[in-house]
Design a protein around this ligand. Sequence first.
Ligand SMILES: [Zn+2]
Length: 297
Amino acid sequence: MLFMPGSLLPDAIVPGWTEVAPGVFQRRYEPEDVSVGVIVGSTGITLVDTRNNPAEAEEIIRDVRDAFALPIVTVVNTHAHYDHTFGNQVFAEHGIPIYGHHLIPRHFAHHEGPRLREVQEQPECGPDRDWGEVRLTPPTVPVEAPLRIDPGGRTIELLPISAGHTDTDLAALVPDARAWFLGDVIEESGPPMFGSGSYPLDWPDALEGLLDRIRSGDVLVPGHGSVVDRDFVERQADRLRSVAEWIRDAFAAGRSLDDVRPERSLEEYWSESFLRSALEDGYAQLSSARNLPDDGA
Ligand SMILES: [Zn+2]
């Protein structure tokens, strides 16, 4: 069946899509178990994130067309990572505005771009990546400060998040439904991922900043996994704070990267390779902070 905006059918089922709040839907796609969001307005749909490549983006468009009686009028990227942005070009070709954090082009230049080039030039470097047709497409509407938009007649607040999972994280809040799309600053189906431009030392504070705005009872859609609540974010912030403390303590003790071992309590949640990525990113950050010229003092 087609979901009609304003439909009062209490148990309306939209095949393949989970209605997480009134007129707000999530679909979880493989590979990566990545969340794609649909926010239904009176005259159009806002789509959250675009998956790994143009073919996967075309699949989203077909799935939206099969389920909803409205056109996609706006796209939002929750952050720069490939599994959330590499379908962008399809929407740009249709002239649909793509909102995203203003630092995504810089992240692309440092991380996504070189990786894409490597895989396109030598496919054996990423045999599980189907990136042959991808053209790196940053958001067409860069978001630098909190922004309220009304695509398709429904209000959405876009809130840049301070550095954490990346320095391009952007929350999308549907205020009338108290539903949030948070990208990968929160993950449910696995632990939050470090590396590829992460800020493990700042991530806990980024979540604290978000928690100031999230109310109990709000619906939170993570970048990967099923919907969570405010308590989940608090627990994930606590775990991330333990990681940040472990990195700071090791650095303060003057231990070299090779000498640092993960704490057992962290290994219960993260694999050693994830923790090593966090450690490397954290050490790089602390070393560069130490090398900064002191500001005239
Ligand atoms: Zn990510």
